[in-house]
Design a protein around this ligand. Structure first.
Ligand SMILES: [Zn+2]
Length: 157
């Protein structure tokens, strides 16, 4: 599946061609028609670019945007983003945000290093990774996808 291929294909590519700046200097290939996950770009610019490419993908495609967890308190902003994607004929659209949970007291939100309620560092970090919700992305995905998840930037412009 693509989630493993992004990592294993990069390992094989590096073994054959070496490390090439902006081509093979990461632990993974960028999946599908996506703007690279580390690229600083607005929600709307990302949709503008990817909506031009969806027709070239014969095996399906998804466009997603990464937004801060505070979006749950701003439904009009969320509606604006979704409507913009639909107006650009995005066939499959997702809005990614971070949701962490303290395994000791059950507190849920985007959590830094430790729980703001009880101070625990026993935190599950729910992330959407190429179509799949994981319990904790550090356990569920290979090294390449873990690095990709950590490289992701929020599209907050
Ligand atoms: Zn806690």
């Amino acid at each position: 599946m693509a989630e493993n291929l992004c990592y294993t294909a990069m390992k094989k590519f590096k073994a054959k061609y070496g490390e090439i700046e902006n081509v093979s200097d990461r632990e993974y290939f960028t999946n599908s028609i996506h703007v690279p996950v580390w690229h600083d770009i607005s929600v709307f610019d990302k949709i503008d670019i990817e909506s031009q490419l969806t027709g070239y993908s014969s095996a399906g495609c998804i466009t997603y945007v990464e937004v801060p967890s505070g979006v749950k308190n701003n439904i009009p902003a969320l509606e604006t983003i979704v409507n913009y994607a639909m107006d650009h004929d995005i066939p499959y659209f997702a809005v990614n945000t971070k949701l962490d949970m303290c395994e000791d007291c059950g507190y849920q939100d985007e959590i830094g290093e430790s729980c703001p309620e009880c101070g625990s560092k026993n935190i599950s970090r729910l992330r959407r990774v190429t179509g799949y919700l994981t319990g904790s992305y550090k356990d569920a995905f290979n090294w390449g996808k873990q690095k990709e998840t950590e490289d992701r930037v929020e599209h907050i412009h």
